[in-house]
Design a binder for this molecule. Structure first.
Ligand code: DGJ
Length: 730
């Protein structure tokens, strides 16, 4: 280890430090040499420097891989505290702030040591230990680099060894610094049924914060993702930027501060709002991970880096296939019975889908779940709707050769439930104030170990009793309001953090027992989408809005940060568009159905069966191929994107015309990611039941990759709400 340390530790002397510091004189005779700690991926370097002058850790560089790290000796750029503290001489937003046992509100961090753990040829973790010279407080920065994916993950552990607990007020996962002429921030905000709306703005002096304070369903208004473009706005193939995201399913905060010199610091982590945390002596406080990738070739490579990382590391079973499914939510809502569900099992089979997913409404007896006013928390089959229990449905499904999945919302409770009657102290609600409902429900107190056991046992009990259950949709339909935990007593400010960590510990327990069960993450649509949760979930429900025009934008937004196999898109009856248009839109991600199969005409049924067969044939390219966004719906009246497999002999292209103007014509679209020397045949698939084609005249012909990437295809018809899908094969 020592040898390795010296190999990667470059020692350089006399690098000038200029930020957050008083003016300095010449180096002192007894000054220590600087220490350089470099973290590298295939194309990126993140370099820290321990200053020999003051022993502090500085960020020396973040950007394209340097040919020669020793060039840093020549760099005249400002250097910035890697994890700025509060209370001594830092004049800007700190990464960490705490109060010690004696009431001293300051922290100072000096480098102690670092080590490097190489997990394998691709993954390296660098741990940098810092200590306060006066108080027994240690902070370790952990930086994990994924070389091939060009992704870096950062988190922090804080340990204090004072006599009594200390309180931390800020505890970022990451602090990064940039020195550019301008900064462009792209954020993704929204609401129920309008998730992931993209906005880009220039950052100006002062602070801009993206955050959530919702506790649960925490990402309903703002998904914890951003692009930060440096100097100029970036597009798909040009520009220098980072794409960042926080793996945390609760309140998050990204803080961007441009200082008086035009330097930018980006502080990412749990939202410290109303969340000061007491750290017990000797008990580490660990932050979630900030995950980012740097690209100097625009947003396209940044997305592909994150997709590769998510496939290999970030999402549960990212390399494994997903199940196509028929869901009953939009076709039945709460109103169904056994024969109706058996009919839907048959429909699943008839369509050629893998699984039937039974949604909300199957449970509770004293207060039956016939609408969203009652029953949440009472997870026993409703005897009127399911007299033979779930077991009967699981068996029926098995006998016809489809799988069975089930919806649950185990973190929640309706006041009209036996759970509420029996355990009023298991529920988050303020004393001395009226209860505050959202969707007529309240949040269970997951900080309480008894509630954790309850949630675990509900899911485990169901899976033990019915081992045939092959899929779970785990919903979470409300945020926290009037939140107070009886269990936490005088530590109410721990609630937002402890809730999420305990949710993860329940999910950990479940995953230990059911390591490969497919579980869809859902939160009243896309209200909980992040890489903290996706370690446990195989996919997520992107939005309750399944109108395909809206969906093009929503799915476009998610595609920047999340791979297609994780984004569940269902064909439903929302919107008045053709079945073909709805199908083609759903097909660009993880396709499913939530549609009245028996209302389809014969031609529509045949179209759907063929589309499902096409999807199954091409799903590996769609799920694991490289995504190229070719025409953005934010820029034109159409959207065009394609996926190319790793050996570049197969691709799938999707084109959607969203609106059309009188006389509007579209330019040919140049494809990307193909091999210029290969010859590809262009074949339109999902041809509508009426045989209408909206594809280009190039259909059925063969072209070189060079032609397709330099001249392109005439995709995107002039007719609104039409679409085409092309299989492109060598
Ligand atoms: C919200 C989800 O987003 C929907 O898909 C559905 O499962 C309902 N909850 C059921 O209550």
């Amino acid at each position: 280890m020592k040898k390795l340390f010296f190999l990667i530790t470059f020692i350089c002397v006399n690098i000038h430090i200029s930020v957050g510091q008083p003016p300095m004189g010449p180096p002192q005779a007894n000054q220590q040499p600087d220490i350089i700690i470099s973290i590298s991926t295939l194309n990126t370097d993140l370099i820290y420097k321990v200053s020999g002058r003051d022993g502090r850790l500085y960020q020396a560089y973040l950007g394209s891989k340097l040919g020669n790290i020793s060039d840093l000796k020549l760099a005249r750029n400002a250097e910035h505290l890697a994890y700025a503290t509060f209370g001594t001489d830092n004049l800007f937003e700190p990464a960490i702030r705490m109060t010690h046992n004696d009431g001293n509100p300051s922290l100072e961090l000096k480098y102690v040591s670092h080590n490097i753990e190489k997990t394998d040829n691709n993954v390296t973790v660098t741990n940098i230990l810092m200590k306060d010279p006066v108080y027994p407080v240690e902070v370790t920065l952990h930086i994990k680099s994924y070389s091939a994916e060009d992704v870096i993950e950062q988190w922090v552990e804080i340990v204090q060894k004072e006599v009594k607990p200390v309180t931390v007020y800020n505890y970022a996962s990451s602090m990064l610094h940039f020195d550019a002429s301008k900064y462009w921030l792209t954020q993704f905000h929204g609401d129920w049924a309008e998730e992931m709306k993209m906005q880009e703005n220039e950052l100006t002096s002062g602070i801009k914060i993206l955050d959530s304070k919702l506790g649960t369903r925490a990402h309903m208004y703002q998904t914890p993702v951003f692009f930060l473009s440096l100097n100029e706005k970036s597009d798909e193939n040009n520009g220098e930027l980072i794409a960042g995201t926080l793996g945390w399913s609760g309140n998050f905060q990204f803080l961007f501060e441009v200082d008086e010199k035009g330097s930018l610091r980006v502080i990412s982590g749990i939202n410290p709002f109303a969340s000061e945390y007491t750290i017990q002596p000797g008990k580490p406080f660990k932050t979630p991970s900030f995950i980012f990738t740097y690209s100097n070739r625009g947003k396209g490579p940044a997305s592909r880096n994150l997709h590769h990382w998510a496939t290999n590391y970030g999402i549960m079973d990212g390399n494994k296939p997903r199940l196509t499914l028929l869901n009953n939510w939009e076709t039945t809502y709460f109103s169904f019975n056994e024969p109706k569900l058996v009919g839907l099992l048959d429909d699943t089979k008839k369509m050629g889908l893998d699984l039937f997913l039974l949604d909300d409404g199957w449970f509770a007896n004293k207060y039956p779940r016939n609408n969203d006013h009652a029953g949440l928390g009472d997870w026993q089959e409703n005897k009127d709707k399911l007299p033979d229990g779930l077991g009967y449905l699981v068996k029926e499904a098995d006998s016809i050769g489809v799988k069975f999945g089930i919806w649950i919302e185990p973190e929640m409770v309706n006041p009209k439930s036996e759970l509420y009657e029996n355990h009023p102290d298991w529920i988050l609600k303020l004393p001395n104030r009226p209860e505050n409902y959202f969707r007529n429900q309240l949040v269970l107190d997951l900080t309480n170990p008894k509630v954790q056991d309850f949630v675990f046992n509900i899911v485990d009990g169901m899976l033990t009793k019915y081992p045939g259950i092959a899929f779970i949709k785990w919903d979470c339909n409300r945020m926290m309001t009037n939140a107070y935990s009886v269990y936490l007593k005088d530590k109410q400010s721990h609630l937002y953090i402890d809730y999420v960590n305990n949710l993860y510990s329940v999910l950990d327990r479940l995953r230990q027992k059911y390591p490969h069960l497919s579980i869809m993450l859902c939160s009243g649509g896309g209200g909980r989408v992040d890489y903290g949760a996706l370690r446990y979930f195989t996919e997520f429900w992107a939005s309750d809005d399944t109108d395909p025009v809206e969906r093009v934008y929503i799915q476009w937004g998610y595609s920047y940060f999340f791979p297609s196999f994780s984004v569940c898109n269902h064909i439903t009856s929302w919107g008045k568009q053709s079945l073909k248009f709805r199908t083609d839109v759903a097909m660009m991600g993880k396709m499913g159905y939530d549609i009245q199969v028996n209302a389809l005409t014969e031609k529509e049924l045949k179209f759907s069966q063929d589309a499902i067969a096409n999807y199954k044939r091409l799903s590996d390219i769609i799920w694991h191929g490289d995504l190229y966004r070719l025409v953005s719906p934010y820029e034109e009246n159409r959207a065009v994107l394609m996926y190319v497999n790793s050996v570049k002999n197969k691709a799938v292209l999707f084109a959607y015309t969203l609106h059309s103007r009188f006389g509007e014509t579209f330019n040919p679209v140049r494809l990307q990611g193909l091999d210029p020397s290969k010859t590809y045949k262009i074949q339109e698939i999902n041809v509508s039941s009426e045989g209408m084609r909206f594809g280009p005249s190039e259909n059925g012909k063969s072209y070189s990759g060079d032609y397709l990437m330099k001249i392109g295809l005439n995709v995107g018809s002039g007719t609104a709400l039409t679409s085409s899908v092309f299989e492109i094969a060598e």
